[in-house]
Ligand binder design. Structure first.
Ligand SMILES: Cc1cc2nc3c(=O)[nH]c(=O)nc-3n(C[C@H](O)[C@H](O)[C@H](O)COP(=O)(O)OP(=O)(O)OC[C@H]3O[C@@H](n4cnc5c(N)ncnc54)[C@H](O)[C@@H]3O)c2cc1C
Length: 506
């Protein structure tokens, strides 16, 4: 994927696009893969970078959602478990089966969670990731060596999937591209255009690099802007009512020593009645999440002090050696695209099902749902869009579509051409210089933040280390893309501004 070539395609296009998709998160890129693989002409526009929104800030689980089981939403759990299996089949290089252990401090919990997780197993049918079972105290301590042993009665183990959200997103964008889609990051949609009947016929967007404004036409426009969808809905119908009840969730990242195992820890009921996970991720420990209703939507939401305290306190109740504030390597927050309900008491009880809305101007909005169900959501949205725009009926093929998987080979090739690129970028991070070059050459990484936050996960794994390597990253990127010293300095300053938000004050 080369950005200048994508832009050139837009510039030289004379015909209507079949689809314009607004938003480069899981929902938008999923729709691009679906529509392009059915043979439609697709243009996707993302205002910042792919995965800059919620899709880069998830808990990184491919799961049915044990919590939704507790809420009795069996159809959502069943669908998500089916999608979990499809994702493992189509992207085995990115999805990994993982054992989750629920430590139990009463015999009732052992029975209760043992039974619940058996149902979870049964619901997964053929796409079972492994059988759940009850564990003795000894087995629980073997599987979770740092869990608090006092009053431990045993545990329950069950299986789910884990992935790297932005790596999957980039591989999905590449899959869409290979199927003919055009995808642009740094392309913000600022206006929706209509025909003489008041129906949508295109959009205006601005290329952030040049400032150039493009007016483009399409047969159907999909609004896949997640938690940010109300602003785009208002571009279409000015007085439309908000449908999103935004709530944020945060994660803290610690060293791997706090969870010295390949298994995840699942706390099924925290003091506020939620689920909390501690998960091994790229040799670190990822702990989260929270659910805090918010007023303002921000692409870089910040953790509230009480959310940080809550996670530290909860971890202290379950871990023998508990992480402290000064052990936090990174903190990040994302906004759930929850769709409002008249009856819900709080955001934690709002539905995680997806919602499709078609407004009076024919803007199709797809929002809600989960990362795990992005493929089913895209299938649903594209089916509806085909009907809406009277496009030729073409069947969805994504259930059996392999997701782009040649990163490792391409990076190895770069290292063979230039062995200096094998050097690690930082002692505490698992990345090599070749990954920076690769991100610039074919993954449309435009800024230092794109490389350190989403092509690699440096910022999420260790914010301080990411700040330390920003200058070297900028220099490598500048060499690749012919940028000057001013660009380097600007990029370092910009990156530091964002990275500050991933550090916590001690
Ligand atoms: C804390 C947290 C943890 C989660 N954990 C999990 C998990 O473990 N597993 C799971 O399955 N799901 C999880 N989810 C849910 C999942 O992450 C989201 O449902 C999913 O990422 C939403 O994707 P999206 O594409 O709809 O939205 P987003 O990823 O937010 O994408 C929308 C995009 O639209 C762009 N945009 C907005 N306005 C414009 C415009 N005018 N022009 C162009 N572009 C625009 C934004 O920049 C953004 O990139 C989690 C969610 C949260 C908040």
């Amino acid at each position: 994927m080369i950005r200048t070539e994508m832009l050139e395609r837009v510039r030289t296009r004379e015909k209507f696009w079949d689809f314009i998709i607004i938003g480069g998160g899981a929902s938008g890129v999923g729709c691009a893969v679906d529509a392009a693989s059915r043979g439609f002409d697709v243009l996707l526009l993302e205002q910042k970078d792919f995965g800059k929104g919620t899709s880069g800030k998830s808990t990184k689980l491919v799961h049915g959602g044990v919590r939704y089981l507790a809420q009795g939403n069996l159809s959502l759990v069943r669908e998500a478990l089916k999608e979990r299996g499809i994702l493992l089949k189509n992207a085995p290089h990115l999805v990994k089966k993982m054992a989750f252990v629920v430590p139990c401090y009463s015999f009732w919990d052992k029975f209760f969670y043992g039974t619940g997780l058996k149902i979870y197993n049964l619901l997964s049918g053929k796409s079972n990731f492994g059988k759940s079972r009850i564990l003795s105290k000894k087995e629980t301590l073997e599987k979770l060596p740092n869990v608090k042993p006092e009053n431990l009665r045993g545990g329950v183990v069950y299986f789910d999937g884990q992935f790297d959200d932005t790596r999957l997103l980039i591989n999905l964008a590449q899959t869409a591209f290979l199927k003919g889609a055009t995808l642009l990051n740094y392309a913000r949609v600022s206006q929706i255009t209509k025909d003489k009947n008041g129906k949508i016929d295109g959009v205006k967007f601005q290329d952030a690099g040049t400032g150039e404004i493009f007016q483009i036409k399409a047969k159907v426009v999909i609004n896949a802007t997640g938690a940010f969808c109300d602003a785009v809905r208002k571009l279409s119908v000015e007085n439309s009512k908000n449908i999103i009840a935004p709530s944020q969730g945060i994660h803290l990242v610690f060293a791997g020593e706090f969870l010295p195992t390949e298994n995840a820890l699942m706390i099924p009921k925290t003091s506020d009645g939620r689920v909390l996970f501690a998960i091994p991720w790229h040799d670190k420990t990822l702990v989260g999440t929270t659910d805090t209703p918010i007023e303002n939507l921000d692409l870089e939401p910040q953790a509230f002090e009480k959310e940080i305290e809550f996670i530290l306190e909860t971890a202290k109740n379950y871990l023998a050696k508990a992480p402290k504030r000064e052990d936090v390597l990174s903190v990040f927050a994302g906004i759930r695209p929850l769709v409002k309900s008249e009856n819900a008491k709080n955001t934690a009880s709002l539905s995680r099902d997806h919602t499709i809305e078609i407004d009076e101007a024919n803007l199709l909005t797809i929002t809600g749902g989960k990362w795990t169900t992005y493929r089913a959501m895209a299938e649903d949205a594209v089916n509806r869009a085909i009907n809406l725009a009277n496009l030729p009926e073409k069947k969805c093929i994504t259930e059996n579509l392999k997701i782009y998987d040649v990163d490792a080979e391409e990076i190895q090739k770069l290292i063979e051409e230039n062995p200096a690129l094998a050097e690690k970028i930082h002692a505490d991070l698992p990345y090599r210089k070749a990954e920076i070059v690769h991100a610039v050459r074919i993954e449309m990484a435009e800024t230092v933040e794109d490389v350190l936050a989403r092509r690699t996960r440096a910022l999420f794994l260790n914010a301080r280390a990411a700040i330390e390597i920003a200058p070297e990253t900028a220099r490598i990127m500048a060499r690749e893309s012919g940028r000057d010293e001013d660009w380097i300095n600007e990029q370092i300053a910009e990156f530091n501004k964002t990275a500050e938000k991933y550090l916590i004050q001690i």
